[in-house]
Write a protein that binds this ligand. Structure first.
Ligand code: GNR
Ligand code: NI
Length: 166
């Protein structure tokens, strides 16, 4: 079992833009395994490589209750989107904060699986929210940046305090 360290907002490394994956090898496979273990350990429904300070376009998601439906998205590209929805979002990089964020209702993406096979996925509801949240991480965006400046300042202060007190 290998747990990875999750960067916490406002760490500047969360703002790096991830590079595409070009090699589908054993190193990628073990990184995906470790990302999934880290996501499950911290009860997340998704994790982007950016959050563990690896700046490659890799996402793991599992929104199932049973935590037995892992989805691995490599090099995802948003193809179509429509509608809007609001959801109370949290983030493993922003511990203990939930805020309402507006996202597209329906998204479809192209991506590669862990073997490099090209695939497509259309999602609505929570899966759609999660895909959009994770794809934002890959371009250096954290959900709090969609909130007002005032809320961002408050969250920064509280998290810095939280992290200081352990
Ligand atoms: O665990 C998570 N829950 C969540 C809830 C609502 C909207 C998005 C998410 S993703 C988050 C895990 C995480 O930080 N992924 O980047
Ligand atoms: Ni997140």
């Amino acid at each position: 079992m290998a747990l990875l360290n999750i960067l916490k907002y406002p760490d500047p490394r969360l703002h790096k833009v991830a590079d595409p994956v070009t090699h589908f090898n054993g190193e990628l496979a073990s990184l995906i395994t470790n990302m999934a273990e880290t996501m499950y350990e911290f009860n997340g429904i998704g994790l982007a490589a950016t959050q563990v300070d690896i700046h490659k376009r890799i996402i793991v998601i599992d929104i199932s209750e049973e935590k037995n439906s892992l989805i691995t998205l490599i090099n995802p590209i948003l193809k179509t989107y429509s509608g809007h929805q609001e959801y109370d979002e949290g983030c493993l990089s922003v511990p203990s904060f939930f805020e309402t964020v507006k996202r597209y209702e329906l998204v479809s993406i192209d991506y590669q699986d862990e073997h490099g096979q090209t695939r497509s996925l259309t999602a609505d509801g929570l899966l759609s929210v999660c895909i959009q949240h994770e794809m934002d991480h890959l371009v250096g965006k954290v959900f709090v940046e969609k909130l007002s400046q005032l809320k961002q300042q408050r969250i920064k202060k509280k998290i810095t305090k939280l992290l200081r007190s352990g």
